[in-house]
Ligand binder design. Structure first.
Ligand code: HEM
Length: 409
């Protein structure tokens, strides 16, 4: 249960004003009723308890920000809101992962980000389009004649995760195992989280050693040869790069595909429009990214400061509810409506500031190619009436299951 009432708890730190407490457990989400999806939960949380910066006693006690303006201010202020510790509930400082470049602050961060910006630049990833399309067609053709599919398992996971694993040079048969390890990484259980970092670290270490001995046409090999401020990355830094790439590549796009298809399944008119005019796929994708953002990165407060009307203390953790920042009536008056004709409003789904998603061009490329092929191959579909979608709240808003059905001629 997570009833968001301002109540005083014995464990409230002295600097937290009890009137700023709103109970919210990121691992269950705000669920005012049985049917609320993670995004409905964020909307209801703001309706019931306002937008701003609030404290929750869940998961070790932390702040969360669900106000668009405050989010922009916070993510662009890495001096106060550091990325050097990003776990909720907090892991002991010596056990925090050191994923690169994500968990560095400026100025160190810039040098480590540069090689990825090159690797993921539009001109670098363009060459992937034909292989992404071939894989999308193969997967979609595999289900199109069946009149049904479990979208997550059959399309949303294998497509982006295969593209990512090939890009990295990771053997494809590890896909199910890596997804399972990634779920552990996203859990609230300390032992599972620590084990997941150890497993990914060990596996990536082996790959780094292999590529150091013999380069291949993959991202790990390019990172080994990359220039980081006039030097090469160390073995440890290379492993930390790879672990971050795994967390970025194994889940985010899976969720974007799933939320997009879950929405389309209840909007047959929109499906017909997109089928009739593929040029609308781009505005559809931007609206999908706005309406169904997924990543809520935590930050560490570096010094005592007043922010958004509350007193922050060095060492506090803060959850940046980026998807909530896109669901703000000030920026988007009818923000709940999915409207591909709306004037574009900058969204926070890829974040803003120094850590803005380095893979956003790849994400958009995969989304465009997938939806082009899906609309060309699958008739208008709907949710499976026997088996509703199952959502997965957490630091990444996601789904466990999405069965859909359509009529086969
Ligand atoms: C729709 C899909 C995606 C979404 C919504 C998304 C979202 C995000 C967000 C919000 C951040 C910032 C995290 C923070 O500030 O702490 C981020 C960072 C990052 N993303 Fe993505 N991402 C997506 C896809 C990808 C893909 C496919 C890749 C590459 C395989 C990728 C690579 C990265 C990297 C390397 C960073 C770290 C950037 C830095 O710290 O400078 N992302 N992503």
């Amino acid at each position: 249960m997570n009833i968001a009432t301002p109540i005083e708890r014995p464990q409230l730190p002295p600097h937290v004003d009890p009137s700023r407490v709103r109970e919210y457990d990121v691992f269950t989400g705000y669920k005012p009723d049985e049917v609320a999806t993670p995004h409905d939960g964020l909307i209801r949380l703001a309706e019931d308890h306002g937008r701003g910066i609030f404290w929750t006693t869940s998961n070790g006690g932390h702040w969360f920000i669900n106000d668009r303006e405050l989010l922009f201010q916070a993510v662009r202020n890495p001096g106060l809101f550091s990325s050097t510790a990003m776990t909720i509930p907090p892991l002991p400082r010596d056990k925090e992962p050191k994923m690169l470049p994500l968990m560095l602050d400026p100025p160190e961060h810039g040098a480590f980000r540069m090689p990825l910006m090159k690797a993921f630049a539009p001109e670098s990833i363009k060459r992937l389009e034909s292989s992404i399309r071939a894989l999308a067609i193969e997967l979609i053709d595999g289900v199109a004649g069946n009149g049904r599919c479990e979208f997550l398992e059959e399309i949303a996971e294998p497509l982006p995760v295969t593209v990512f694993m090939k890009m990295m040079g990771i053997p494809l048969e590890r896909l199910p195992e890596y997804r399972a390890t990634m779920f552990d990484m996203m859990s609230d259980d300390e032992a599972r989280r620590l084990n997941s970092f150890a497993v990914f670290g060990e596996d990536m270490g082996k790959l780094v050693v292999e590529r150091m001995a013999k380069r291949e046409d993959d991202l790990i090999s390019r990172l080994i040869d990359a220039d980081i401020d006039g030097r090469k990355a160390t073995y440890e830094e290379l492993v930390n790069y790879c672990v971050l790439l795994l967390t970025a590549g194994l889940d985010t796009l899976v969720n974007a595909f799933s939320f997009g298809v879950a929405h389309l399944a209840i909007d047959p008119d929109l499906q017909r429009r997109l089928k009739g005019d593929p040029a609308l796929i781009m505005p559809f994708m931007e609206e999908l990214l706005r309406r169904y953002g997924g990543v809520m990165p935590p930050r560490l407060v570096m010094y005592d400061a007043e922010f958004g009307g509350v007193q922050l203390k060095a060492g506090d953790r803060v959850l940046m509810m980026l998807p909530a920042g896109n669901l703000d009536p000030q920026a988007t008056p009818d923000f709940e409506r999915f409207d591909i004709d709306r004037e574009e409003v900058p969204h926070l789904t890829f974040n803003s500031g120094p850590h803005r998603c380095a893979g956003s061009h790849l994400a958009r490329l995969e989304m465009r190619v997938f939806f082009e092929e899906w609309f060309a191959r699958v008739p208008v579909f709907r949710l499976d009436p026997e088996s509703p979608p199952v959502y997965r709240p957490g630091i990444n808003l996601a789904m466990w299951k999405l069965p859909i059905v359509w009529d086969v001629a």
